[in-house]
Design a protein around this ligand. Structure first.
Ligand code: FAD
Ligand code: SIN
Length: 526
């Protein structure tokens, strides 16, 4: 058994921000299911949104966030996050994140839905720089223990106490150690879930392999409310390539002048969908427009073209994308880039308040695994890393302020493997993974219908019996742990989508195309 003051599951922007804010006073353990830099944070390209120049205002960033979120955002939370942004950027600079500059000021790029240039960035690989700076600081801190390759299976709650107290408390986690293939118990006074999103429920996704909704699924199983899971964001421009399936082409390419063009007609088609904002309309609008062009003309992809800009400008702004594409035979300074929409971000998740508190005592959550009220029905570009920094810190502050009232963990039962054996049919797991991701893409994608959602729900019901049976009889493996969570996440998405009898933001259904006058969160209660 491993004991610490605070246990954090996830080593991305949210988890490490929380860790660094707690480590002066407390012993903190951070678990990651692979290497410490394998989450979505390291993959972020565009940047972080913050009001940093005199011509811009908090009010404008707040309005842009609410407009993208189709009015479903919690305005008080939006204000809190937007107003916290400049200080969050200053702290990242202090940690050594080398944001691009222009003269004495930070260089600001532009992305869809933003009415001002307000995205600070490190070329076109912001997330990598942020992840490295946070990890460097965490590694250097004597009170932070970083544990890679530890796949958390479930939360250890009052149900796992040796003498059940009935308190409904979270006391830590059970985790599968990849090195030993044993399940270990980690306990702490407080656990923070910072496990990222559930993008891999979809066949095509920009998200990393580990985005299987683990934190959302385990919080749900433990008794937390989950909200707004129908709002899965599709990024309009993922590279279309038969070998490289999930390479994002940052929205900043459109922000810096890129055009979307139908490869058959040669037409810049966004004028037919949002004549005012064109390529810089919010993501749901652009993704649906591309989807409509592809379906109408039977295309495999549309073109994103920035070759009309000077070659030097393109190379300077997008050095990593330029190089990656050159390696695939595309020179973006002279040729258009083939792109398709792909799942990109999970707007819904574990219900948290402004302090990152969940429904369960002893459990906090931050980052993409949460529904904090910031994003509403559609996340505004580059508001997500910002949410990680702000809530990572607010959760840490709340824990520190209430430390003396937090009880110490009682004795917790060890993981019981007495009734399971080793699996003899790993192929079942692989088959079910693929099946889930395929029907989610086909039935629960950009444009939905009740009939397709019901089909998906039927598949989930059948698969659940199979997965539960498998889980009950065989020793856990990382793939099985993820499959179980992937299925739980898919179920939460489909149930939420069926619950919403309107179209709003990212949720568009042909059966209820109108937006209702009242904006109401979907809240699933376990
Ligand atoms: P992550 O960074 O995803 O980290 C999750 C952590 O949880 C990992 O350490 C993982 O190992 C751990 N974990 C998960 N499950 C388990 C488990 N069972 N056991 C143990 N550990 C577990 N947002 C922006 O604001 N700006 C951008 O420019 C931007 N660009 C993006 C580009 C791409 C390609 C993608 C995919 C996303 C982008 N986003 C962007 C979104 C943003 O990167 C993420 O929302 C954000 O990084 C999430 O951070 P996080 O800390 O919540 O989780
Ligand atoms: C991008 O660079 O287009 C991604 C930005 C984001 O997801 O916020």
């Amino acid at each position: 058994m491993h004991e610490s003051d605070i246990l954090i599951i996830g080593s991305g922007a949210a988890g490490l921000t929380a860790a660094l804010n707690l480590a002066e006073r407390f012993k903190v353990t951070v678990l990651a299911k692979g290497a410490m830099n394998e989450g979505a944070t390291a993959w972020a390209q565009g940047g972080v949104a913050a009001v940093l120049e005199p011509g811009d205002t908090f009010e404008s960033h707040i309005e842009d966030t609410m407009i993208a979120g189709a009015g479903l955002n919690d305005r008080a939370i939006v204000e809190f996050v937007v107003e916290s942004a400049p200080a969050a950027i200053a702290r990242l600079e202090k940690l050594g994140v080398p944001f691009n500059t222009e003269g004495d000021a930070l260089h600001l790029t532009r992305e869809g839905g933003h009415s001002h240039r307000r995205i600070v960035h490190v070329n076109d690989a912001t997330g990598w720089a942020v992840q490295e700076a946070l990890l460097k600081a965490a590694r250097a801190h004597r009170n932070i223990t970083l544990v890679p390759d530890m796949v958390v299976i479930d939360l250890a709650t009052s149900r796992h106490e040796e003498r059940y107290s009935g308190a409904g408390h979270v006391w830590g986690v059970y985790a599968f150690n990849r090195a030993t293939s044993r399940v270990e118990l980690y306990t702490a006074r407080t656990t923070i879930l910072a496990t990222g999103g559930a993008g891999r429920t979809y066949l095509f996704s920009t998200a990393p392999r580990g985005a299987t909704g683990d934190g959302i699924a385990m919080a749900w199983r433990a008794g937390c409310r989950i909200s707004n899971m129908e709002f899965m964001q599709f990024h309009p421009t993922c590279l279309y390539n038969l070998e490289v399936k999930n390479f994002l082409i940052t929205e900043a390419v459109r922000g810096e002048g890129g055009h979307l063009i139908n490869p058959v007609t040669g037409k810049r088609f966004m004028s037919d969908y949002d004549a005012k904002r064109m390529e810089l309309a919010p993501r749901d609008v652009v993704a649906r427009a591309i989807d409509a062009e592809i379906k109408r003309d039977g295309l495999d992809y549309v073109h994103l073209d920035i070759s009309h800009m000077p070659a030097e400008f393109v190379r300077e702004h997008f050095p990593n994308i330029h190089e990656k594409l050159l390696g695939l035979g595309i020179d973006m300074t002279t040729q258009p880039i083939p792109v398709v929409p792909a799942q990109h971000y999970t707007c819904g998740g574990i219900v948290v308040d402004r302090d990152g508190r969940t429904d369960l005592p002893g459990l906090y959550a931050a980052g993409e695994c949460t529904q904090s009220g910031l994003h509403g029905a559609n996340r505004l570009a580059s508001n997500s890393l910002l949410e990680c920094f702000v809530f990572g810190e607010s959760a840490a502050n709340h824990i520190a302020a209430n430390w003396d009232s937090l009880p110490t963990p009682p004795a917790i039962r060890a993981w019981d493997e007495s009734r399971v054996t080793d699996s003899d049919e790993e192929v079942v797991i692989k088959q079910n993974w693929t099946e889930i991701r395929r029907f989610m893409w086909n039935y629960v994608g950009i444009v939905r219908s009740t009939k397709r959602l019901e089909r998906a729900q039927h598949r989930i019901k059948l698969l659940r019996e199979e997965v539960n049976d498998y889980y009950g009889h065989f020793r856990v493996t990382p793939d099985l742990i993820e499959l179980r969570n992937l299925l739980e996440s898919a179920d939460l998405i489909v149930r939420s989508a069926l619950h919403r009898k309107e179209s709003r933001g990212l949720h568009y259904t042909i059966d209820y195309p109108e937006t209702s006058s009242a904006a109401i969160d979907t809240v699933l209660v376990p």
